[in-house]
Design a protein around this ligand. Structure first.
Ligand code: ZN
Length: 313
């Protein structure tokens, strides 16, 4: 099991189908679990996907159309039932605080879940964690909508050959990383001598929107970009009218932003499983990186850092 992966809980837009639940995506990122847009049925999809309530550390809601949020009451109630002890941060558009409050208290239950409300205003930092932060940008839909971008801090990759040449092994490697220098028998070694810069990874989540600058900003340099592709290219006029992207436009966002892996989702019920292959092809026509068509219950690994095996330090 990868330590950074997207667990797809649902891929349907407006109406679910026999093969697609409403939206829902858990991003497993080392020890964190960010649940994006829990649509109706998310709690049960979690069960099918082998996701527990305890794994959720944050919830990010793009907007308050039902397919993106009607699962929130059930998920929070389940977290309470399971006595999840840690705090869960919930980000959502501040403009619709009253809708969040209604969902938060939609049913009666013994409420012991520790929710930290994080209403997001114009954009900027939505969440701060030790190893990453989450930014938000306002998108262009029919109601207040925000997209999210997780950015891991840049670090340094240790170079085993250089460490070996200086005889640095075992716990000394960790000490050198933590303290930035290490006194060896011959001299003091600085961490820069035995490591190289390592770019942090980025993940972007773009749901209901027309093409807009914010979509490109969110996707910039993303290792994994999860993007709505509600319509096929032939429905571009409809997409624009309802504030959505076509598959080709999702491909364009990925291409112009230098994303590596594009995950398409949020499909209109007019496309069955076979039709959706056409959506992937339309995105591929605009983007020469990897395109994955999300299916419910898929687990999609975040690509390893460029050219490096997963797990390097
Ligand atoms: Zn939607």
């Amino acid at each position: 099991m990868s330590d950074r992966e997207l667990v797809v809980l649902g891929t349907a837009s407006q109406a679910p189908t026999r093969s697609r639940n409403h939206n829902g995506y858990l991003l497993r990122w080392d020890g964190a679990g960010l649940l994006f847009d829990p649509g109706e049925g998310t709690q049960r999809q979690m069960l099918f996907a082998g996701v527990t309530a305890t794994q959720i550390t944050s919830i990010c809601i793009t907007h308050f159309h039902g397919d993106h949020c009607l699962g929130l009451p059930g998920v929070l109630q389940r977290m309470s039932l399971d006595r999840v002890a840690h705090q869960v941060d919930v980000c959502y558009p501040a403009d619709n605080q009253e809708v969040f409050t209604r969902l938060r208290h939609a049913a009666l239950f013994h409420d012991v879940v520790h929710v930290a409300e994080r209403p997001v205003r114009a954009g900027g930092a939505a969440l701060e964690a030790a190893a990453f932060h989450v930014e938000a940008h306002a998108l262009s839909h029919s109601v207040p909508t925000i997209g999210y971008r997780l950015v891991e801090g840049d670090g340094r990759r240790m170079l085993p050959a250089k460490l070996a040449a200086l005889g640095i092994t075992g716990p000394d490697v960790g000490r050198l990383q933590r303290e930035g220098h290490l006194a060896t028998t011959s001299r003091v070694v600085r961490v820069e001598e035995v490591s190289e810069p390592r770019r942090g990874q980025r993940f972007a989540f773009i749901m209901d929107t027309r093409l807009c600058d914010a979509a490109f900003a969110l996707a910039e340099g993303a290792d994994m970009l999860v993007c709505e592709a509600t319509f096929a290219d032939a429905e571009a006029t409809l997409a624009r009218e309802y504030g959505h992207l076509t598959a080709g436009q999702a491909g364009r966002v990925a291409a112009e932003s230098g994303a590596r892996l594009l995950v398409l989702t949020h499909f209109s019920q007019r496309y069955d499983r076979e039709d959706s292959q056409r959506l992937a092809e339309q995105a591929e026509a605009a983007f020469d990186g990897q395109v994955v068509l999300a299916h419910d219950l898929d687990r999609i690994p975040v690509p390893a850092r460029n050219g490096r095996p997963r797990g390097d330090i």
